[in-house]
Ligand binder design. Structure first.
Ligand code: PEP
Ligand code: MN
Length: 338
């Protein structure tokens, strides 16, 4: 971190600032120009907030030179992380498709979808039991009952399950869930991030609707800081000025994550576009850009879905998209997990 001081600073104030940094265990490279003093801070600067440094009157500007995230930073962990869950590997070329309805609606629905997506080649069943809806009057999910039905579908098909948590109070209910999803709306729910950090469950962390990449990686850093290193990132579209699609898939998140982090990243083309006719082209883009997997909404009867029907593929459409995904993943050298 570089700290530029105001012109002709009072020595006493500079000493106070430097003491502040040395007390934090940092080394300082002091360099004095004709009328500017620059302090180069060396050591672990992740604990410093640039804005706190600006609270010292003597400081003109602060510039970070290393990222504020450390545990998820590729600089300190050059190899790709591979998450192992329920006999599947995620990351480093191992490719997974998670599929299922937006929300669990009934046993017949979730079991039919599970059997069908499994046959098509999905390696996980997705389905929401606790749903974060914009309107309090919309279907809120079957909650505990929905979790039971997901577990029943898992028992009948052998597909591991991924489902969203909305409160740390529910963690016990998620004991048999294979991957806990932390939804876009909760990406910066710091209490929840800390609790998930203390658990040993793999976490599917979705990017917030308008979160920067740095904020996204800092959310993953929270989970790591608590001791849980099983984090899978998920880009699911961000808000832009565009109105013809629900969100805008940020394809550049994939190479950016690969450059700056060792964590796997999967893509959610369903929530990104909000329309089923874009799921296939966005899946292709994700594979070509280096994604480690996809999470796709599929429903046995999308027209009657209680949530996100417009973006859900019906089961034959999912079969066709899966055929395309398998071909393209193989072409790009990914290994599909069964
Ligand atoms: C979902 O996966 O159904 C969901 C609500 O996703 P997001 O948090 O990305 O909106
Ligand atoms: Mn949904």
């Amino acid at each position: 971190m570089i700290v530029v001081l105001k012109q002709n600073p009072e020595k006493e104030r500079v000493d106070r600032l430097m003491r502040h940094f040395t007390d934090m265990g940092l080394k300082i490279n002091y360099s004095e120009g004709e009328n500017t003093v620059i302090l180069g801070l060396m050591g672990d600067t992740t604990r410093i907030d640039e804005r706190d440094v600006l609270a010292y009157d003597v400081v003109e500007r602060v510039q970070r030179v290393t990222e504020p995230f450390k545990a998820v930073n590729r600089k300190f962990h050059p190899e790709d992380t591979v998450i192992e869950v329920a006999g599947r590997r995620i990351g480093a070329g191992y490719f997974n498709v998670m599929a299922g309805p937006c929300s669990v609606e009934s046993e017949a629905q979730i079991v039919e979808v599970a059997e069908s997506v499994k046959k098509a080649g999905a390696s996980f069943l997705r389905g929401g039991a606790f749903k974060p809806r914009t309107s309090p009057y919309s279907f809120q999910g079957l909650e505990d009952e929905g979790l039971k039905l997901l577990l029943e579908a898992k028992r009948q098909t052998g597909l591991p399950i991924v489902t969203e948590i909305m409160s740390e109070k529910h963690l016990d209910l998620f004991a048999d869930v294979d991957i806990i999803q932390l939804g876009a709306r909760n990406m910066q729910n710091f209490m929840l991030l800390k609790e998930l950090g203390r658990s040993n469950k793999p976490i599917l962390l979705k990017r917030g609707l308008s979160a920067t990449m740095e904020e996204f990686l800092m959310a993953a850093e929270y989970i790591f800081a608590g001791g849980n290193h099983n984090v899978i990132l998920c880009e699911r579209g961000i808000r832009t000025f565009e109105t013809m699609i629900r969100n805008n898939l940020d394809v550049s998140a994939i190479p950016l994550v690969k450059m700056f982090s060792h964590l796997p990243i999967i893509i959610d083309p369903s929530h990104a576009a909000g329309r089923r006719d874009m799921v296939q082209p966005l899946s292709r883009a994700a594979i070509a850009a280096g994604a480690d997997g996809l999470i796709i909404e599929a429903h046995n009867n999308p027209r009657c879905a209680l949530c996100d029907g417009a973006q859900s593929l019906d089961l034959p459409q999912f079969d066709a998209v899966m055929d395309d995904i398998k071909r393209r993943a193989a072409f790009e050298g990914r290994e599909m997990m069964p």
